[in-house]
Design a protein around this ligand. Structure first.
Ligand SMILES: [Zn+2]
Length: 383
């Protein structure tokens, strides 16, 4: 039924099973007993790693992979969530997936591992083979959800409010002023990863501003590191009278708090109980306030269609809530699928140095070898 995908997972889970036992296997991945005189046969049953064993703690991937590779619910579907029974179109407001108000019912109806197994339409090989695994072991990809999903929408709308609604000169003049402020903040906050050119077209279409939801363009690391400068600039603006003031205040503070916590503990595997509670609270506060901003902007537009589209909401926000809720089980940064987009350049570079003089079927092995050495040196010398 599943063809080669099933075979790949048979091989992977066979490997995981041996690691779990902590012993070299006596059978190959097809279940065939090794000849006792073979190299594998002689190692069979002996310790793999000085008596140590390995268990899967979490499974991570971006939302696309979780759907296509792990057969979880589609993040764009009405019933989008495996963690809870919330849906996009739920008739009961308390069960709406994008309702982040404090008392929303779905927040107190998270599925236990057993409930999740019973509710899953199909279970992936991994969950069939290892019964101790469940949706609670699946991690939302923090980098894609926050810095390539939610943050660009929040910051894009905030820039729009500053340039088109708060400052009193022309949008171009306002943008030039704002750009200079951002550069100043980069210097005073000692930000190394900078979004070099922020202009109107970086977050809206200057020919029809507000005709679509603003979204700040940039690489994940650039988006992440512009948050603090924008927060500082926002705090210095005269925002009295701005209907979005309280919501933006709360969102920017929560975003900076999340970043502060993860940056300060970047190399840790887990957040301590105190930090985890703060992080979870910051995520919930952010989402609660952001959805209020979205409702407010929507109400404005309903009253008068000349109002701009602001504060778009996307299903990634629902995932973000669950990621925040689960943060005590693994550091949020560990769930990122890669450090940043530079990783792809890094992969290309290593591959280009692995192909020369190497038979094509050996290139993957050569690549892994070089990556292992680079990680070894990186960890050893902290570069
Ligand atoms: Zn959910």
């Amino acid at each position: 039924m599943f063809g080669s995908e099933e075979e790949i997972w048979e091989f992977i889970t066979w490997s995981f099973e041996s690691l779990q036992e902590g012993k070299w296997p006596s059978k190959d991945w097809k279940g065939v007993l090794y000849d006792s005189s073979s190299e594998e046969g002689m190692k069979a049953g002996t310790e793999l790693a000085d008596g140590k064993a390995f268990y899967i703690w979490f499974v991570k991937g971006d939302l696309d992979w979780l759907v296509k590779g792990l057969w979880l619910r589609h993040y764009n579907a009405d019933e989008l969530c495996d963690f809870c029974p919330a849906t996009i179109q739920a008739p009961d407001p308390g069960m709406k997936a994008m309702n982040f108000a404090r008392g929303s019912q779905w927040k107190s109806r998270l599925r236990t591992p057993r409930e999740w197994r019973n509710s899953a339409r199909v279970l992936h090989f991994l969950f069939v083979k290892f019964e101790y695994l469940s949706i609670w072991n699946v991690e939302c990809d923090d980098l894609h959800i926050k810095y390539q999903g939610v943050w660009p929408l929040v910051l894009g709308s905030i820039l729009y409010v500053i340039v088109y609604q708060l400052l009193d000169r022309s949008p171009v003049e306002n943008m030039n002023w704002l750009c200079a402020q951002i550069i100043d903040e980069y210097h005073s906050c000692k930000v190394k990863v900078q979004l070099h050119k922020v202009e109107l077209s970086s977050f809206t279409d200057p020919r029809a501003p507000g005709a679509d939801f603003p979204c700040l363009k940039g690489r994940a690391a650039e988006i992440k590191h512009i948050t603090l400068p924008i927060r500082n600039i926002w705090k210095g603006l005269r925002t009295t009278g701005c209907v979005f003031k309280d919501g933006i205040d709360a969102c920017l503070e929560s975003m900076c708090e999340m970043q502060e916590i993860t940056d300060a503990t970047y190399r840790d595997v887990f957040l301590d109980v105190h930090e985890a509670a703060k992080y979870r609270r910051a995520v919930a506060t952010f989402l609660e306030n952001y959805s209020d901003l979205a409702v407010l902007a929507d109400a404005q537009r309903t009253m008068d269609p000349r109002h701009p589209f602001l504060f778009n909401t996307i299903p990634k926000m629902h995932w973000m809530w669950h990621g925040g809720y689960k943060c005590q089980y693994i550091h949020p940064t560990r769930s990122s699928c890669c450090v940043d987009e530079d990783y792809m350049d890094f992969v290309r570079e290593i591959v280009s140095h692995s192909v020369s003089g190497t038979p094509s079927h050996n290139v993957p092995g050569r690549f892994i070898e070089k990556v292992s050495w680079s990680m070894y040196f990186k960890n050893k010398f902290q570069v």
